[in-house]
Design a binder for this molecule. Structure first.
Ligand SMILES: NS(=O)(=O)/N=C1/NCCO1
Ligand SMILES: [Zn+2]
Length: 265
C-alpha cells in the first residue's frame, strides 16, 4: 500500500495542522477503515471484553485543538481492559470523540460505508509489556482502542456531565478538572459483539500500534448534546479567526488485505 497517506480535507490551508502529505511508518495497516460486514470473519476464539474502570482515576478534560479528551490517571492498573482479542492487560489513558458538522457524517470507521454522526474512542496501552503510553504507542501490540458509534436519539444521561463541562474548554489549550466519571457508562449494553483488526492511530503519531475493537451496538445521544460538541473550537482564545471544532475525523484508509474478525456470527 502507499507509503504516503493524505490527511484528507483537513490537510488544507484551513487546517494547517498536518503540513503536506503524511509519510507514516509502514503505511499498510492504517486506520480508520470501512468494515465490510459480510467480509468479516467470525472467530470463536475471541472472548468477551472485560473492562474494569475506576471512576476515581478520572482527572481532567481538555481541548487539544483537535478533539476534547477526558484523561485518566494511568500510573497503575486501576482502569483496565482485557479479554476480547487481547493477550495482555491494557490501561485506560483517555477517551475522546470524532464528529461532523451535521448528523449525516462524523464517524471515522464505517459499517458497509454507513457513516454515523460521531464515534467514541477509549484509548488503552499495554501495561504488561510497557511502562508508559509514549513507549507503547511505538510498538506493534502497544495499544488497544475501543470504538463506539454514536447515533442521534434519546438523551444520554451519563454523557450529560461531560457535555456540561464543554463550555469551560471551548478554546484549544483549555483544561478543567473533571473527576469521578465512569467511562463504562458510555459503552453499549452489549459489549460481547464487536469487530477487531490491526490498525493505527487516526491522529498523530498515526503509528501502527493499535488493536482496534469496534462495537457492533451503538449508543444514543441527543441532537442537543451533539450540538454542544460542535460549539467547541479548533482555535485558541488568542487567534483572530475562530473555527468550529467539527469534521475532526480522518479519511478512510486502504485495507491492504487485512482481515477484520468478528466476535459474533
Ligand atoms: N483517534 S485515535 O486513533 O484514538 N488517536 C489517538 N492519538 C493519540 C491517542 O489516540
Ligand atoms: Zn480517535
Amino acid at each position: 500500500c502507499s507509503k504516503v497517506q493524505e490527511a484528507g480535507e483537513y490537510n488544507t490551508k484551513m487546517h494547517p495542522m498536518w503540513q503536506g502529505p503524511l509519510v507514516v511508518p509502514g503505511g499498510d495497516r492504517q486506520s480508520p477503515i470501512d468494515i465490510v460486514v459480510r467480509k468479516s470473519v467470525f472467530d470463536s476464539e475471541l472472548k468477551p471484553l472485560l473492562t474494569n474502570y475506576d471512576p476515581r482515576t478520572c482527572q481532567q478534560i481538555w481541548n487539544n485543538g483537535y478533539s476534547f479528551l477526558v484523561e485518566y490517571d494511568d500510573t497503575a492498573d486501576k482502569s483496565t481492559l482485557e479479554g476480547g482479542p487481547l493477550q495482555d492487560k491494557f490501561r485506560l489513558c483517555q477517551f475522546h470523540f470524532h464528529w461532523g458538522e451535521s448528523n449525516a457524517w462524523g464517524s471515522e470507521h464505517t459499517l458497509d460505508r454507513r457513516l454515523f454522526p460521531a464515534e467514541l474512542h477509549l484509548v488503552h496501552w499495554n501495561s504488561n509489556k510497557y511502562s508508559l503510553f509514549e513507549e507503547a504507542v511505538m510498538e506493534e501490540n502497544g495499544l488497544a482502542v475501543i470504538g463506539v458509534f454514536l447515533k442521534v436519539g434519546k438523551r444520554h444521561e451519563g454523557l450529560q456531565k461531560l457535555v456540561d463541562a464543554l463550555p469551560a474548554i471551548r478554546h484549544k489549550g483549555s483544561v478543567v478538572e473533571f473527576t469521578k466519571f465512569d467511562p463504562a457508562c458510555l459503552l453499549p449494553t452489549n459489549t460481547d459483539d464487536y469487530w477487531t483488526y490491526h490498525g493505527s492511530l487516526t491522529t498523530p503519531p498515526l503509528t501502527e500500534s493499535v488493536t482496534w475493537i469496534v462495537m457492533k451496538q451503538h449508543i444514543e445521544v441527543s441532537h442537543d448534546q451533539l450540538a454542544v460538541f460542535r460549539s467547541l473550537l479548533f482555535t485558541s482564545a488568542e487567534e483572530e479567526i475562530q473555527r468550529s471544532m467539527v469534521n475532526n475525523f480522518r479519511v478512510q484508509q486502504p485495507l491492504c488485505g487485512r482481515t477484520v474478525r468478528s466476535s459474533f456470527s
